[in-house]
Design a protein around this ligand. Structure first.
Ligand SMILES: NC(=O)c1ccc[n+]([C@@H]2O[C@H](COP(=O)([O-])OP(=O)(O)OC[C@H]3O[C@@H](n4cnc5c(N)ncnc54)[C@H](OP(=O)(O)O)[C@@H]3O)[C@@H](O)[C@H]2O)c1
Length: 295
């Protein structure tokens, strides 16, 4: 089965490209500029700027994929807020171009959305009413609408705070920031009044694989099974790595005023994915162990 992935130079895109290639899918990895995946596997790489409609149609016509998994996005809420037009171009217009190209060949379309399409009072179910609190969330919700109204065979997956192991070229995550600071004996302040259901990257990859294999359609929350605050996440990282937990100070969100509104109580319910996709995510502690290669 031929799978075209967008955003293959990004965190999820790199993991997903390698995950599906290792499972013998015929993978075309696409990203902006040169391939930045440092691990050599049997996938083809195509350089594309998704805000250019001609480039998008040429790519889709060239490969004629059975499935397009669209992970590319301007993914940082602060950047989206500061560059709203750029965010719309990358997150909304580019999705429209890809959907248009997919329609010409009747490819299945799988879109990676986010918990940011919801407001407060999480964890949310798939059919809860969206109420994005910032422009990034709005742009992702608009893109969801394009996919839902496309008439294509589609699936939308919503992860939360994706984490996992990194290699050269992948930006360190919050977990790595905690490790690096605490290892060096530095004190850190971490908020305890926000709740999330962090997603181990291989879990979302496995969920996406099941959507492909079962030829399932619809919206699925592919998040973690534990509801934790960033403070609890930091403590778990320190405990798993046998570091000094007293260096981690428990603070509230008021300590770090953020330019962009974010839900305090977010997170996603995963019951639908567990039932329909045999989705079976690891606990947050297991995910941290896997991230840092600890048995
Ligand atoms: N990470 C999370 O915690 C999280 C949580 C929920 C949902 N998501 C969603 O999951 C997806 C993957 O997230 P991620 O963390 O892997 O993001 P990421 O690391 O920022 O990767 C996104 C990739 O998309 C590429 N891209 C953006 N605009 C493009 C364009 N116009 N043409 C070609 N490529 C373009 C970027 O290219 P450059 O590298 O060249 O900039 C980047 O490599 C996104 O859709 C995001 O909204 C992520």
């Amino acid at each position: 089965m031929k799978v075209l992935i967008t955003g293959s130079n990004g965190f999820l895109g790199q993991h997903l490209t390698l995950y599906l290639t290792k499972r013998k899918f015929d993978v075309i990895a696409s990203g902006r500029g040169e391939c930045r995946i440092p691990i050599k596997e049997e996938f083809e790489y195509y350089s594309v700027e998704l805000t250019n409609n001609d480039e998008v149609s040429q790519m889709v016509e060239k490969y004629h994929p059975d499935i397009i998994i669209h992970t590319a996005a301007m993914s940082k809420p602060d950047e989206c807020n500061n560059n709203k037009q750029l965010c719309t171009n990358n997150n909304v217009t580019a999705t429209q171009y890809l959907v248009d190209a997919a329609k010409k060949i009747n490819a299945k379309f799988i879109y990676t959305s986010t918990d940011f399409i919801f407001g407060e009072n999480g964890p949310h179910k798939e059919d809860d009413i969206p109420a994005p609190l910032n422009f990034y969330g709005e742009s992702k919700l608009q893109a969801e609408g394009i996919v839902k109204n496309s008439g294509l065979n589609y699936a939308i997956v919503r992860p939360v705070f994706i984490y996992g192991n990194i290699w050269e070229g992948l930006r360190p995550s919050f977990l790595h920031w905690v490790k690096n600071n605490v290892e060096q004996g530095k004190k850190i302040k971490v908020v305890s009044d926000q709740l999330r259901t962090p997603t181990y990257v291989n879990d979302i990859c496995a969920g996406l694989e099941n959507i492909i294999l079962q030829n399932t359609t619809g919206v699925f929350h592919l998040a973690g099974k534990d509801i934790v605050s960033p403070y609890e996440m930091a403590i778990t990282v320190a405990k798993v790595l046998q570091l000094d937990t007293t260096l981690i100070e428990n603070v509230t969100s008021e300590t770090f005023p953020e330019p962009v509104a974010r839900a305090k109580k977010s997170g996603l319910k995963i019951d639908k994915a567990i039932k329909q996709l045999n989705y079976s995510p690891v606990s947050f502690e297991e995910g941290v162990k896997l991230t840092f290669g600890i048995d």
